[in-house]
Ligand binder design. Structure first.
Ligand SMILES: [Mn+2]
Length: 435
């Protein structure tokens, strides 16, 4: 538990005199009375390591006796026989290091007392409909009494800037877990390429990938696995995975696992279903690979996510001009966004406890500089279809290019001297994609 205690100490220090209220995730209904598998709120998990719904954590830097207070579902055999063992109030203290713990049902009457004396209240408005009215009521009570008590929290602030800046910079123990998520995810991609044959359903390849996640002890996929044959790859969030894989098509697979402690992998690979690239597929694959390698190479302290995106974009646009899919000069095409019918997304995102992890990419006009411990995906792609109109002045797309969707994605950690590609074990060289 010491890692969580260290994180709490840092968070409490950063809060100054502001008290923070961080709720756990609720159970979410799937249909009727069936629920989705529980997924803890990442902020709550990061600070507590407590993996139950129906909990609220208080961080009270103004209190010497109770700086970390947990409200939890109490032990109750008649409920636990249905939904599993709870840690209860005692477990919250002895196992999870809370200074004090109470049953969740006591939150409404106790919250105002705990918040008394804080300079402000840090709470994320708009995300926790059960807890939000309690926080607002407690604050309102304080304001009512302020003329006589002489003290009240003067502001409701967002905890995100502090907490998410902390989560953005991964510690050594977090990087170790992300290497594990990357290892399992990369192995699954290697397996997927080995089994893929014309005639298989996309979902059968998905099954191989997700079976490996579970066999390796992960919770399962970190997000809806994408197995997209042919033109389906041009739908960025295709998850139907219901089509048959056809000889002559490429298949794009975007999948990664989520570990028991929620760290995620996020890998995309694209390869020919039948084992050989066509000329057009090979040309575009080589181009995306060159862009991806240029962008990965750019990852280093002092660089920015924007700079990594630009590195990929310049290679892509230059190559598209050479292939006749764009016309014009490099800078002009980039300034006008004349490539967006072929490349319509950004080159990456932060990765951590959330797949699209928290943390700012820019603060006002200032782009956040990469620092050791940050982890980002690098995932350029090209998607050639009729879905978006060709911009005025750009060449019409010849039929032979259509139905080709390619993305290559690695998970890259920033190190002191440059970067570490966490997912390098998943092959991506042109020769490795063929058989
Ligand atoms: Mn991604």
């Amino acid at each position: 538990m010491s890692i969580f205690a260290q994180r709490r100490a840092r968070f409490l220090e950063q809060l100054g005199g502001v008290a923070a209220v961080i709720p756990a995730a609720p159970m979410v209904v799937h249909h009727a009375d069936c629920e989705y598998p529980f997924r803890q709120n990442s902020d709550f998990w990061y600070l507590t390591g407590f993996d139950e719904p129906g909990a609220v954590a208080l961080f009270l830097p103004h209190r010497d006796d109770a700086r970390f207070v947990l409200f939890v579902e109490p032990k109750e055999p008649t409920a636990e026989v249905w939904t599993g063992v709870r840690w209860g109030v005692d477990g919250a203290v002895t196992t999870f290091g809370a200074d004090l713990a109470h049953p969740l049902a006591e939150l409404p009457q106790r919250l105002a007392d705990y918040l008394k004396g804080a300079e402000g209240i840090a709470f994320r408005v708009g995300r926790h409909p059960q807890v939000e009215p309690l926080v607002l009521e407690a604050w309102g009570q304080q304001l009512d009494r302020a003329p006589r008590s002489g003290a009240a929290a003067l502001g409701l602030v967002a905890p995100c800037p502090l907490l998410h800046a902390q989560r953005l910079r991964k510690g050594p123990e977090e990087l170790e877990r992300m290497r594990e998520a990357a290892r399992i995810s990369a192995e699954a991609h290697e397996l997927a390429r080995q089994v893929t044959r014309p005639g298989l359903k996309e979902r059968q390849v998905q099954a191989v990938i997700e079976q490996h996640f579970l066999e390796q002890g992960a919770r399962g996929p970190a997000y809806g696995s994408i197995v997209a044959g042919g033109d389906n790859a041009c739908v960025l969030h295709y998850t139907a995975n219901s089509a048959e894989l056809r000889d002559g098509d490429l298949v794009l697979i975007d999948a990664g696992c989520s570990l028991n402690d929620y760290y995620n992998g996020d890998i995309t690979r694209t390869f020919p279903v039948g084992g050989r690239f066509s000329g057009e597929q090979r040309a575009l694959y080589g181009l995306v690979l060159a862009a991806q390698e240029a962008a990965v190479a750019a990852v280093a302290p002092g660089q920015t996510a924007e700079g990594v995106h630009d590195a990929a974009l310049r290679v892509l646009v230059e190559g598209l001009v050479e292939l006749g899919l764009l016309a014009g000069d490099l800078d002009g095409l980039i300034d006008q966004g004349a490539y967006r019918h072929l490349y319509m997304h950004r080159t990456g995102h932060w990765l951590g406890l959330d797949v699209h992890d928290v943390g700012a990419y820019r603060l006002g006009e200032h782009h956040v500089e990469l620092e050791p411990g940050m982890v980002l995906t690098v995932e350029p792609g090209l998607y050639v279809s009729d879905r978006l109109p060709v911009p005025e002045g750009q060449p019409a797309i010849d039929e032979r290019w259509k139905g080709i969707g390619i993305r290559i994605e690695d998970d890259v950690a920033v190190t002191e001297r440059g970067h570490e590609n966490l997912t390098a074990a998943a092959a991506k060289a042109v020769s490795a994609m063929e058989r």
